[in-house]
Design a protein around this ligand. Sequence first.
Ligand code: SF4
Length: 86
Amino acid sequence: MISLRVYVDPDLCIACGLCVDLCPEVFDWNEEGVAEARVDEVPEELEELAMEALESCPTDAIIGEDMSDVEEEDEVLSMEEDIEEE
Ligand code: SF4
């Protein structure tokens, strides 16, 4: 599981509407008429769509940040080790 935060760089956004169409729960228009992220952290069920928007943005205006910390990764790894041992 990842924990995703997204931002839109207003200088790069050309207001094509792709991200807003694709994932309106996360992206919306701001007062300047460019896209912005509506949420601080993307809900888990919308991560896939938000990532699709990020990857599809024609100007790479959407910046994503994976907030899952190293501790969680360690936890997953140690769980995998446990499974292997069994
Ligand atoms: S996909 Fe990119 S360029 Fe298009 S509206 Fe969204 S942020 Fe702006």
